[in-house]
Design a protein around this ligand. Structure first.
Ligand code: AMP
Ligand code: MG
Length: 468
């Protein structure tokens, strides 16, 4: 028995549409995350391909598609909602959702399905993010549907089981605000506070807390070179988790202008824009909360602005603090931020690999990652001078650095190769091996050196696709 709770189903009926997943032709289990299942207190035997494909609705589930709105690339869409996702219920306080489970009242023109490639990408990247210690939705399972989904071509269909703190997004608040449904906004805020911010009282403190979590989250992304790719307000979680892995990707060579998503032609969601965009999304959240912040409109706007001003402070503390740790500093001195920024600048000018540079700081071969190795030498000399003020032993510093600088990230060329093997040859071995490597990202794993290496010129992936 799956011990479902259904707190979202107790919210007003206008928050969702109740419906079952649409059964698929031939469910086949591709991958089950047994460690996560056990963490949730689930018996893996209950997680059959039929359940994970939506063919069998387990006892206690109250399946539904959630209503939400959202700004997509800056344009407001008042009605998005789960067009292909089905929330079965909650286990251990976390949502269990089937993504790719068929059409819903929110599907608009879509088929309600997901293709195998994006399902495996979500699985890999979510689990890698978790292994980095970054708040994220998890992947509990992937199943093949035995059906073909039509995108540009026919592709094998699949469903990912997503586990999330919840699926409440900035766009969920926008859905009710756009309908002048202040009661809906209040009910949602009360629910989100109780579920995600139990210590927080009052709507102002709630807004501040959401802002703080998002600011800390984006800092964590930047510190591992992650690019979400579709930071629309409907992909911005109120709980502060990374959610909705579409055309997301990790940067190889450091360049803040990096964009992979084929649909992000203006670079709105480029690596270096992510903090600014998160702040913009949170301003949209603040707007929806105005009626709750104060009866006086001007006063409410003032409060919202004060809350939003907190973003930069939290973000900068998390980002610069994280960078200091990445270069092995345990104390704070004037000039530290300039030191980290100058390293990034040298990396950008010399196409240095982001992950390997930090992992290899102080090692002889690291200079070779820079097109002009003397740019690294100059920086390293300054760094060594700074390290002289540290009280930690070199061994302790090395261990601390290795715990924050991963050796392995899910590099695009490896992700693509793993996905292609699965799609084209029904061969899941590369997926399994990549998953195993990137979920132990801080270990050296000497047998897997090729997974640490940046792509060669011909291996380089320039674009990723959301595949919807
Ligand atoms: P996403 O790009 O996954 O964040 O989705 C954005 C919106 O489009 C959400 O409302 C999704 O439910 C919807 N959507 C994406 N793909 C599909 C699909 N294949 N069928 C129906 N709706 C979809
Ligand atoms: Mg989405």
């Amino acid at each position: 028995m799956i011990p479902f709770a259904n707190t979202y189903a107790r919210l007003p009926e206008r928050f969702y549409a109740r419906l079952n997943p649409t059964p698929v032709a031939r469910p086949r289990l591709i991958k089950l995350n047994i460690a996560l299942a056990e963490q949730l207190g689930l018996d893996p035997d209950d997680l059959t391909a039929d359940v994970l494909a939506g063919n069998h609705v387990p006892e206690g589930a109250e399946p539904m598609a959630l209503a939400y709105a959202g700004h997509q690339f800056g344009n407001f869409v008042p009605r998005l909602g789960d067009g292909r996702a089905n929330l079965l219920g909650e286990v251990g306080g976390r949502d269990i959702q089937l993504k790719g489970a068929g059409r819903t009242p929110f599907s608009r023109g879509g088929d309600g399905r997901a293709a195998l490639g994006p399902v495996l990408r979500e699985y890999l990247i979510a689990e890698a993010m978790h292994a980095f210690g970054i708040p994220t939705t998890r992947a509990l399972a992937a199943v093949a549907t035995g059906e073909t989904v039509v995108r540009e071509t026919g592709l094998p269909g699949a469903i990912v089981t997503r586990v999330a703190a919840s699926h409440i997004r900035v766009g969920t608040f926008q859905y009710f605000a756009a309908r002048q449904d202040t009661d809906g906004v209040r009910t949602l805020a009360d629910y989100a506070m109780a579920r995600h911010y139990p210590g927080v009282t009052g709507y102002r403190a709630f807004l501040e807390a959401v802002i703080a979590r998002q600011a800390a989250l984006i800092a964590r992304w930047l510190l591992v070179g992650f690019i979400h790719g579709v930071m629309n307000t409907d992909n911005c979680s109120i709980a502060g988790e990374t959610i909705d892995y579409g055309p997301c990707a990790f940067m190889d060579a450091y360049d803040p202008a990096t964009v992979f998503s084929s649909i992000d032609q203006q670079g709105r969601y480029a690596y270096g824009n992510q903090a600014r965009i998160a702040a913009w999304n949170l301003a949209r959240l603040a707007e929806t909360l105005l009626p709750l912040l104060d009866d006086d409109d001007n006063k409410a706007v003032e409060i919202a602005q004060q809350c939003l001003a907190g973003f930069a402070k939290t973000f900068e503390a998390a980002y610069f603090g994280g960078l200091r740790r990445k270069i092995g500093l345990s104390s704070v001195r004037d000039g530290d931020d300039a030191l980290t920024q100058d390293l990034l600048k040298a990396m950008a000018q010399n196409q240095a690999d982001f992950t390997l540079t930090f992992r290899g700081l102080g090692e002889a071969e690291t200079r070779d990652l820079f097109t002009d190795p003397t740019a690294y030498d100059a920086w390293e000399a300054r760094w060594r001078q700074r390290l002289a003020f540290e009280v930690e032993t070199p061994e302790a510093r090395r261990a601390a650095m290795r715990a924050v600088n991963p050796a392995f990230i899910p590099r695009n060329h490896l992700v693509e190769a793993a996905l292609n093997a699965a799609i084209e040859r029904d061969d899941f071995a590369p997926f399994e091996e990549l998953l195993a490597v990137v979920t132990q990202p801080f270990d050296d794993q000497s047998g897997f050196a090729r997974y640490a290496a940046p792509p060669t010129a011909s291996e380089r992936v320039h674009q990723t696709f959301c595949g919807t």
